[in-house]
Design a protein around this ligand. Structure first.
Ligand SMILES: Cc1ncc(COP(=O)(O)O)c(C=O)c1O
Length: 407
């Protein structure tokens, strides 16, 4: 008789704190769907779930690459024409001290790789609170403590410098900026970037500037008017990796194409860059045929962005008006990306609030505690990608829910 294995296979202890609230809520939504209801999903930041379409010339470029047999492994850092196009993009962003660029399977892989290549056990990285949950998930995976600094809601969600100064230690290696921000939709001011640069210089920090939403700033009409300011343009000397990608700006989140732009003092950043390349080689390469769409995307027509920003501006305005008109809700107006992070004044946890909202009104948003927030505050994150009619129905459901639950 062969022996059978009966002992339970447990997951690594390190994963105990890995949460991804955005997708974890899906279990509650599944219950509701099984009861025969439709759920209005305002929880996942995928424009392709709504009335946004990938520019056809980008699809054609990837398809052509596949037809032409570009289906083997690519060079580990990325194909030459894509790297050149990303350097061009860095120049347009005002980054003058580019030392290296590399392509990854989405910004998700850039985040994982750049953190893994930098941090030793016992060291830490400053991440914003609230944050995009991947950062803390990667830190948990590596067994590194999360060192979170506050974003200040009273100051349009700017990083709270006093809190950063309190949290930074000799073992802190880097600081993460998400600009435009997920989940708040805020933008960092030039003055704030300058102050963070000064702090990075003083404490020898690498700056990870996640700028995946840099073209989705909708206060202005034309791309050349965009008020988005790249950190690396403000601080050319500071070791920095700027994260960028195709998922959001070019409407192809399923392709998994991202990149890193390394800038700063050449000698200072060299050993770290070599470490990144060791990991790039170990994982072979990023998705190959899709890399042929990077140059056409970055250098081809950008018309879709005008339409995307027009829709986002209108949906942001609708969202903001609703927040202002709804009792117990207040919100710092988002300026970029496609998220709003309203505060709610309720006598229960935002997680209970959000789960009951799904069960009773079939509207799915994500609780603020899933991103981290200051103690004593409650929020939820809205993805305002759906059209105005869908948003209006969703907001009516949330307003009714608040009115009925907290009369
Ligand atoms: C701030 C931020 N960074 C990174 C990512 C991951 O992007 P990608 O699809 O390129 O992996 C997201 C996705 O929502 C995000 O919001």
């Amino acid at each position: 008789m062969p022996t059978t294995q009966t002992r339970e296979v447990t997951a690594a202890k390190r994963l105990d704190n890995v949460r991804y609230a955005i997708r974890d809520l899906a279990c509650v939504a599944d219950e509701v769907i099984q009861q025969g209801h439709r759920v209005l999903a305002l929880n996942v930041g995928d424009p392709l779930n709504f009335d946004f379409q990938t520019p056809p010339h980008i699809v054609e470029a990837a398809y052509k690459a596949m037809r032409e047999g570009k289906n083997g492994y690519a060079p580990s850092p990325g194909i030459a024409e894509a790297l050149e196009a990303i350097r061009g993009e860095a120049a347009r962003k005002g980054i003058t001290t580019v030392r290296d660029v590399f392509v990854t399977s989405g910004v998700s892989e850039t985040v994982d790789l750049c953190i893994s290549a930098l941090v030793n056990p016992g060291e830490d990285i400053l991440t914003p609170k609230p944050d995009y949950p991947l950062y803390s998930a990667v830190l948990c995976k590596l067994g590194i403590a999360v060192n979170a600094y506050d974003l200040n809601e009273e100051d349009a969600w700017q990083p709270e410098l006093a809190d950063i100064a309190r949290k930074v230690t000799p073992r802190t290696r880097a600081i993460v900026l998400i600009n435009p921000n997920n989940p708040t939709g805020s933008l960092c001011s030039r003055q704030m970037l300058e102050q963070i640069a000064e702090l990075a210089r003083r404490h020898n920090l690498v700056v990870f500037s996640d700028e995946i939403y840099d073209k989705l700033v909708f206060d202005n009409e034309k791309p050349e008017d965009t008020p988005h300011i790249a950190f690396a343009a403000v601080a050319p000397d500071v070791p920095c990796i700027t994260f960028g990608g195709m998922s959001k700006n070019y409407l192809v989140p399923g392709w998994r194409i991202g990149w890193g732009i390394v800038s700063g003092d050449a000698a200072a950043i060299k050993p770290y860059t070599e470490g990144i390349h060791r990991l790039l080689r170990a994982r072979l390469c990023a998705n190959h045929p899709e890399q042929y769409a990077i140059k056409p995307a970055l250098e081809g027509p950008q018309d879709h962005l005008i339409e995307v920003r027009r829709k986002l501006r209108s949906r942001r305005d609708l969202t903001q008006k609703w927040c202002e008109a709804t009792p117990r809700v207040s919100c710092v107006a988002p300026r970029g990306a496609f998220y709003a992070f309203p505060r709610i004044d309720i006598p229960e946890s935002d997680e209970v609030f959000v789960k009951e909202l799904i069960r009773q009104k079939h509207v799915m948003v994500v609780h603020g505690s899933g991103f981290g927030q200051k103690a004593g505050t409650q929020h939820f994150r809205i993805v305002f990608l759906p059209d105005e009619k869908t948003l209006t129905a969703a907001y009516a459901g949330i307003a009714d829910f608040i009115g009925e639950r907290f009369p």
